[in-house]
Design a protein around this ligand. Structure first.
Ligand SMILES: N[C@@H](CCC(=O)N[C@@H](CS)C(=O)NCC(=O)O)C(=O)O
Length: 212
C-alpha cells in the first residue's frame, strides 16, 4: 500500500517552501520525518541529494520509491495521493482557482517576497539599504493589494473553503505581516490571514519557527 509508506521531507524548517509541505502533512495527519538540509545545514549540493533533486534546493519529498521536488508540486502530489479532495478540488473550475493562486505564488509573489526577506533578514544591519528595502516593500504591497481585492469576494484563495493554495501563500503572508516594514491596511487580507492563524498546523510550522 503506497499510502502506508514512510514519508521523508528533506529541508530546513525555516524555508517557506519546506514549511508549506510540513503544514499540509500536518493538516492531513500524515506523520513524516524531516531531515535538516540546505542553508546552514548544507548537503543540498551533494551528489546524493542532486540525484534526488537536480535543482539542489529544498524541499524534496521521499515517499517509498517516489521522489518529488518543487514545493507546490509536492502539495499537489500529497493532496492527490492522500485523497484530500477538500484541499484540492476535483471540479475543473474550483481546481483552476487553486492552481492559479499557487502559480501566482511561485511566479509573482514568491520572488518579490524573497527579495524583501533577503534584504532585511539575510542582510547584516550595517549592510541594509533602505532604498532597496522600500522598493521591495512597494512590490509586495502591490501584490498583496491585488490579493486583498480578490479576497473581498472570496473567503479563501480557492473559494469558500481552505485549500492548498492558502498553504502555498500562507508562509509568505506571515513574512509580510511580520517583517519590520510599513504596510497598507488591507482588511480582506487581514481577515484571511487571521483565519490562517487559527490553524494549529500554521502556527506550529510557520509562526513558531519565526523569521531567520
Ligand atoms: N521553486 C522551488 C524553490 C525552492 C527554493 O528556492 N528553496 C530554497 C529555500 S526556500 C533553497 O533551497 N535555498 C538554498 C538553501 O536552502 O541552501 C520550490 O518551490 O520548491
Amino acid at each position: 500500500m503506497t499510502n502506508s509508506l514512510a514519508l521523508t521531507v528533506l529541508g530546513r524548517s525555516n524555508s517557506s517552501n519546506v514549511q508549506k509541505v510540513m503544514w499540509l502533512l500536518d493538516e492531513i495527519e500524515q506523520p513524516c520525518v524531516r531531515v535538516d538540509m540546505g542553508g546552514e545545514f548544507g548537503g543540498n549540493k551533494a551528489a546524493d541529494y542532486l540525484a534526488k533533486n537536480p535543482n539542489g534546493v529544498v524541499p524534496t519529498l521521499i515517499h517509498g520509491d517516489v521522489v518529488v521536488w518543487e514545493s507546490n508540486s509536492i502539495l499537489r502530489y500529497l493532496a492527490n495521493r492522500f485523497h484530500a479532495a477538500g484541499l484540492y478540488p476535483t471540479d475543473p473550475v474550483g481546481r483552476s482557482w487553486v492552481d492559479r493562486w499557487m502559480d501566482w505564488q511561485l511566479s509573482s509573489l514568491g520572488p518579490a517576497n524573497r527579495t524583501l526577506f533577503q534584504r532585511i533578514v539575510r542582510t547584516p544591519p550595517e549592510q541594509r539599504r533602505q532604498d532597496g528595502i522600500d522598493e521591495a516593500r512597494d512590490q509586495n504591497a502591490e501584490l498583496f493589494r491585488l490579493l486583498d481585492s480578490y479576497l473581498e469576494r472570496s473567503e479563501y484563495l480557492g473559494g469558500a473553503s481552505f485549500s492548498i493554495a492558502d498553504i502555498a501563500v500562507g508562509p509568505l503572508a506571515y513574512r509580510w505581516a511580520t517583517l519590520p516594514v510599513e504596510r497598507p491596511r488591507l482588511g480582506n487580507l487581514e481577515r484571511w490571514y487571521a483565519s490562517l492563524c487559527k490553524r494549529e498546523a500554521f502556527r506550529k510550522h510557520v509562526i513558531e519557527i519565526g523569521l531567520s
